[in-house]
Design a protein around this ligand. Structure first.
Ligand code: NAD
Ligand code: TYD
Length: 350
């Protein structure tokens, strides 16, 4: 059985990737390595935790000795690397945490993989999951392609850009087989409510203010998380060596329009008067260095690997709202304790 290690598998996207691989590929032995930070939650994987081809390992990717010993012991043939600090606002208050996990952690994994295989790379692959934020910001027009120059603006995107460069450098210098994908903003079940969509769903349910940074005219390109997991499956199995694939849904929304749409759908679900939730919209202090617009050109992955999103945005948003409505215990659990401190600190100027 081929042994694959997936890092960050208890997080938002990682949990959907782990589920996709465990269910679809019984011939793979999947190891999910995760430090279970505030963003990691084993509740996300309850349905597959007893599968015979699944093992969970609680560990920090920066733990040099542990990671090297684990790789030697288990002889992993492939790495799918998602573990990261992932929230831009947190990177503004604590950049070093992002350098530690996203840069040092990634290099530690690369080094453990290299030491294990000693440049004997036949049948091996290091898959690095990255973000479109490494390209910086777009103006009103244009799209990010795989050849757009890196131009990161936040400590988060700078740390991800750095990790992308290290992966490429291990390919060039040591011949390590690798592939990288850069995806746009994800949404869907299990999304931690520090990010825009789940935060607004949570606040609409509890009739709390919906904080819109600046004038709300910032644009993001949203993709349903299960479609990202399907894309990762395709890139892992069919992506060419040393290539980058951009992943996105050709689905741009200005934040204010997106939040209004969310309010509209949630008024229906919650049987509130149309327009009631919109009254919660509150403009707050802007994020420093806020990127104006992200938009992905996903032509390459579509034409070369045959991937395309499977759900439209209205369908994906409806499924997401339904999931949060049916999983309010999950939402209550992750918003108790430390979340309140984070929230009060982040939105104190409201
Ligand atoms: P997330 O914050 O929900 O999950 C990150 C996971 O990594 C958590 O389970 C956490 O416990 C784990 N982790 C953090 N530090 C760790 C460490 N030092 N050692 C081991 N585990 C650690 O993030 P996400 O949104 O699921 O993102 C996953 C990956 O996808 C990240 O690499 C991110 O950069 C990338 N990405 C995210 C998006 C998005 O919209 N969320 C878009 C494109 C790319
Ligand atoms: P976010 O979900 O944090 O993702 P990213 O910064 O990685 O794109 O934010 C999405 C957009 O929503 C971004 O333009 C910032 C904005 N935003 C708000 O207006 N208010 C909020 O409370 C949050 C968390 C984000």
């Amino acid at each position: 059985m081929k042994k694959i290690i997936i890092t960050g598998g208890a997080g938002f996207i990682g949990s959907h990737v782990v589920r996709q691989f465990v269910n679809k590929y019984p011939m793979y032995q999947i190891y999910n390595l995760d430090a279970l930070t505030y963003a990691g939650n084993l509740e996300n994987l309850r349905d597959i935790e007893k599968a015979s081809n699944y093992t969970f390992v609680k560990a920090d990717i920066t733990d040099e000795r542990f990671i090297h010993e684990l790789f030697q012991k288990q002889q992993f043939e492939a790495v799918i690397h998602l573990a990261a600090e992932s929230h831009v606002d947190r990177s503004i208050t604590d950049p070093l945490a992002f350098v530690r996990t996203n840069v040092l952690g990634t290099v530690n994994l690369l080094q453990a993989f290299k030491t294990l295989w000693q440049n004997n790379w036949e049948g091996k692959r290091f898959y690095h999951v990255s973000t479109d934020e490494v390209y910086g910001t777009l103006g009103e027009t244009g799209l990010f392609t795989e050849t757009t120059a890196y131009d990161p603006n936040s400590p988060y995107s700078a740390s991800k850009a750095s990790s992308d460069h290290f992966v490429r450098a291990y390919g060039e210098t040591y011949g390590m087989p690798y592939v990288v994908s850069n995806c746009s903003n994800n949404y869907g079940p299990n999304h931690f409510p520090e990010k825009l969509i789940p935060l607004c769903i949570h606040n609409i349910i509890h009739q709390k203010p919906l904080p819109i940074y600046g004038d709300g005219r910032y644009t993001r390109d949203w993709l349903y998380v299960i479609d990202h997991a399907r894309a990762i499956d395709d890139v892992f199995h069919k992506g060419a060596n040393a290539e980058t694939y951009n992943i996105g849904g050709f689905n741009e929304w200005q934040n204010i329009d997106l939040v209004r749409e969310l309010c509209r759908q949630m008024d229906k679900v919650l049987e509130r008067t149309p327009g009631e939730s919109e009254e919660l919209i509150t403009y707050v202090k802007d994020r420093p260095g806020h990127d104006l617009r992200y938009a992905i050109d996903a032509t390459k992955i579509n034409q070369e690997l045959g991937w395309a999103p499977s759900v439209t945005f209205p369908e994906g948003l409806a499924k997401t709202i339904e999931w949060y409505m049916n999983n309010q215990e999950w939402l209550n659990n992750v918003t108790s304790g430390a979340y309140t401190d984070y929230y009060n600190e982040q939105y104190s100027g409201e």
